[in-house]
Design a protein around this ligand. Structure first.
Ligand SMILES: [Mg+2]
Length: 306
């Protein structure tokens, strides 16, 4: 560990913007769809696998949860969508229907798809069952979310991602439970759309019928990237469900946590930096250059904090 890293880790014990290192066992995935892959621990004679791909969640990951965009989308926009398009009589009943489904699926696209299949949506005026199409939600998000009011262009993130791609030679991918048209708007608003090839962006429409945290969703992205050993990939996430699922498959994990107090109101799936599935805690994705320099060497060799 360099003296600079020692100072950084020492500061992290005191400052709210913490970096937490944990030992990360290497693992292999015996089958792309195996939810819990057999693991092995690297021996001293084995070279740890090189990092080849970085997989990023979008919401509350590429931008900090503290900007309140997610709160705007999940409460203001989704509730209005359910009243405008799904026949809910008012915001209160929409919220009542939304809460348990979202808590379970952590994706409105998936949550409303399941709600429709279970007959939980109000019937159409002629009494027939109401259907739900993800395309409608995707288009509604893309046109009704006030992106620029909450998300700022992030030149620091752009510089870091560009360098990871061009200087470090890593493949950058997106794996999100948000709809594709919406995800593209977020990436454009952040100014990082150019960092991700079209084919490397997996929104919930691309992952369907699975979505995170289902193993099949992660496996689809890994297969696409040609990753046969998940320890060659790093998953950047704010959702504990997804961090745990990624770790169960053997991926390296980075938990985004800008401010623990941002999750203090009983929010579902709140980040837990003490969870054993978390390898590293980053305040914001843009901090990757300063706090995870090992990625530029294609390695995953963070020092273990005592
Ligand atoms: Mg997220």
């Amino acid at each position: 560990m360099t003296s600079r890293q020692v100072r950084m880790l020492h500061r992290s014990c005191l400052a709210p913007r913490t970096l937490t290192w944990r030992s990360a066992p290497a693992a292999v995935l015996s089958s792309p769809t195996t939810p819990h892959a057999p693991r092995f621990t690297s021996s001293s004679t084995q070279e740890p696998p090189k990092i080849k791909a970085l997989i990023f969640d979008v919401d509350d990951c590429l931008y900090p949860v503290t900007n309140n965009f997610t709160n705007h989308r999940l409460h203001e926009v989704v509730i209005k969508f359910m009243v405008d398009e799904l026949g809910l009589p008012d915001a209160e009943s929409a919220q009542e229907l939304r809460a348990p489904y979202f808590k379970h699926y952590h994706s409105m696209y998936k949550a409303l798809s399941v709600a429709a299949s279970e007959g939980a949506l109000p019937p159409l005026p002629d009494g027939t069952a109401r259907s739900f199409t993800g395309e409608k939600l995707s288009a509604y998000y893309a046109t009704h979310c006030r992106f620029a009011d909450f998300i700022a262009r992030d030149d620091g993130l752009l510089a870091a991602l560009t360098s990871l791609k061009e200087d470090a030679g890593l493949r950058l991918l997106i794996c999100s439970n948000g709809p594709r048209a919406y995800c593209l708007r977020v990436l454009e608003t952040l100014g990082v759309r150019r960092c991700f090839a079209d084919v490397d962006i997996f929104a919930v429409d691309d992952l369907a019928p699975a979505c995170k945290p289902e193993a099949a969703a992660f496996a689809k992205v890994l297969r696409h990237a040609g990753i046969t050993n998940p320890a060659e990939a790093v998953m950047f996430e704010d959702s504990m469900k997804n961090v745990r699922a990624a770790k169960a498959l053997g991926l390296r994990t980075v938990l985004l946590l800008p401010d623990p107090d941002a999750y203090s109101n009983g929010q579902a799936d709140a980040p837990d930096p003490s969870d054993g599935a978390v390898d590293v805690v980053l305040p914001e994705a843009r901090d990757v250059r300063e706090l995870l320099p090992c990625l530029w060497k294609g390695t995953w060799d963070p020092p273990v904090r005592k």
